[in-house]
Design a protein around this ligand. Sequence first.
Ligand code: ADP
Ligand code: MG
Length: 475
Amino acid sequence: MSITAQSVWNNCLEFIKDNIQPQAYKTWFEPIKAVKLTDTSLSIQVPSKFFYEWLEEHYVKILKVSLTKELGETAKLVYIIKMENTYGNKQPFTEKIPSANRGALKSQDVDVPLNNKSPELRNPFVIPGIRNVKIESQLNPNYSFENFLEGDSNRLARSAGLAVANKPGGTSFNPLLIFGGVGLGKTHLAHAIGVDIKDKYPEKTVLYISAEKFTQQYIDAVKKNNRNDFIHFYQIIDVLIIDDVQFLSGKTGTQDVFFHIFNHLHQNGKQVILTSDKAPVDMQDIEQRLLSRFKWGLSAELQNPDFETRVSILKNKLYRDGVEMPDDIIDYVAKNIKSNVRELEGAIISLIAQSSFNKKEITIDLARVIVEKFVKNTKREVSIDYIQKVVSDYFQMDIDTLQSKTRKRHIVQARQLAMFFAKKFTKASLASIGSQIGKRDHATVLHACKTVDNLSSTDKQFRKYVEDISKKLSV
Ligand code: ADP
Ligand code: MG
């Protein structure tokens, strides 16, 4: 029987599988490919630097044990990092990095630093003394890691956040982009990273700012002829956290200035943390060069929490508030509110409030009433206005643009989608839909509905628009 890279690796995997959680195995080991075996050295291919760092940090021991079993005491592991080709160029970006020498695997490994940025570089523009200016971090201490409960839905983002907090600017997660739907904890996690950094490195300048406020500041600076001061201010930050970067869509001036600030910080080994309600691939009207920067580090998604996580979030909240609540009620709330942690918290808060104000005992019936009210309250009525709002928000244009007479393709498509959904989700007539969406006639609406039907069966991107918007309209 001949020994191949594959056979050696399969044996390792068998051993590893027996010794770690199934989910972890699936996440961290299934994507690995064994590519080469020479003597006692096995090369495995991993999909990113993050992967490599994660394996080194968490699984190097088990890797060593399993590989030594297979190849003896001189066993050596070589990682080959093969990143996804994300920029549309055909040439995949490949890099070969020997396993860092931690004495874990016997080898003549060289420790290749992953980070080739020198943190020592100084900003030549910084006015002497300005470092002493105290910059308020704008962080909310209540948003801590401790309070950010872990679950499958957020494990990757949370751990990456912790890694960044331990070594700001010193990991390959730079920038760290946290993305996910409304109310899933992006803002909380972004603050937690900042709070933790401030705790561990009090001398570091950390700044949290929403993209909206950043934009406003920039507009003001331009008005007051202070553009350079604005840029210099941001260039002295050690850890810059920008929340909801999707807000920069279509704002080319702000994107431009952010691009320069970003480059400066990144080159100087400073940490950038971003949040967004979309993955980089789904961001519209963000310049390509900025998008490609977003993809330099790690994009980690926050997903909808599963039932167990929802229960632990509720229990944690109750515990912190010093309130006791029967398990069946907690289960009931967790079962019925699924897609948004903010709503989950909202429901439990009103439940507590109801019972304490009205001195009512918390019963399943009370929970049912409140959850129902809560779910109903958050359900928006589907009107043609609302549809136009959702569609124009989705494409990051305003309603006036959507209704305008322009023939620009993406605007026409947005308008047609609005008409299509108005037909689908309301009882309004074609004529009435037309008159409300930019004063068009019924034939235009009919044509729009047909076009959307056609396009969604032929154009994959377009079908995704339809699916995304349907989802938004049916929550
Ligand atoms: P987003 O910025 O994604 O819209 P937020 O960060 O504002 O969401 O989170 C909404 C609420 O849910 C906050 O009160 C936050 O503390 C809470 N929350 C979200 N995720 C978690 C979690 N994993 N553990 C505890 N609380 C959470
Ligand atoms: Mg937020």
